[in-house]
Design a protein around this ligand. Sequence first.
Ligand code: ZN
Ligand code: ZN
Length: 411
Amino acid sequence: MTPHEQLLDKYAELTIRSGLNLRKGQQVLMTAPLEAVDLVRRITHHAYKAGASLVTTLYSDEQASLMRYTDGNSEAFDAAPSWLFNGMAEAFRDGNCARLAIIGENPALLSGQDIDKVSRANRARSVAYKPVVELITTFATNWCIISAATASHAKSVFPDLSPDAALAALWHAIFKCTRADLADPVAAWAAHNAALHARVKTLNEKRYTALAYKGPGTDFTLGLVDDHVWAGGASMAKNGIMCNPNIPSEEVFTMPHRERVDGIVRSTKPLSYQGTFIDGIQVRFEKGRIVEGSAAKGQDVFRKMIETDDGAARLGEVALVPHSSPISASGIVFNETLYDENAASHIAVGQAYSQNLAGTATMSAAEKLAAGMNTSLVHVDWMIGSGALDVDGVFKDGKREPLMRKGEWVA
Ligand code: ZN
Ligand code: ZN
């Protein structure tokens, strides 16, 4: 094996062992870009070695995806393969099939296309995909998202390098940020998970009622739901399997109260939202809702996104990431949320995660809403952390304590 193939193999093994923690006899359903075929084969090898009963891969192809916009009937943008997504939901429901998503598409693939078509297609897809999202976010099965380097994505990250050099540089960054380049990546992830779990335990014992943020262009208070649960690192799925849903992952996160966010927030990194870039977001929250919002780049897409439904203009996630995280230290803007959200503290508009509110398994939709849990067709993370962000934890009696200073944990 070449050095690259060796790293690819370690990355594949890490994905099966630490990411999915695949159990003997489970099936695997994998989605991947065509270009990731070498990685897919390595992963398939490790999945069968770990006792997979069947590995099924669904490939996507950027060129074919684009043809819908260049050659397709403009009346047909409300179509979505609900039959496929219903089948996926059926596979995940009983926890016998693990879900692996390999991402790596060109983040700007659809940026030149008609935004009405893009938003109609996204909306139809979100509606059809909802049964899958619900099963994944409630951890019906073990799941994991990883990234593969592709030519178009590499070019967007390293525009000044030659195509080959850009691809190599992106793979290098992926292996580094995922710890796949260490001698024993599986052991490194066990130690990393232990550190994240210790942070989660401390935060859960604090019982803050709110977090207060101050930074350049940012001055806001974010109320937490009363029975919030901080989470981070490996999570226990309902099938009893401890999985790492995101590789890499540096965040600890919990649930904001959908009606208790007030003040102004400025984003600190660009985000890629379903094929286009949004950058320089500035919003003002009032009672949890975005009442004023603009973006220096991708403003139309941003506006459309927060108008998707009522919950799209409210928060569903809040996450803290130290500014010194390996991804932030790499200095690279990956143009991909899986990486960029783990480089900085962030918030997400839209759907909240059930795991961040105690007792959701037995709560009705009305009870969850009353508790402050947000629901939406979308879940979009944007980065608000930097080396200039201060965060306080606010207690029930109004007293506060410093939690992060200049982007780093105080204790
Ligand atoms: Zn997050
Ligand atoms: Zn998120």
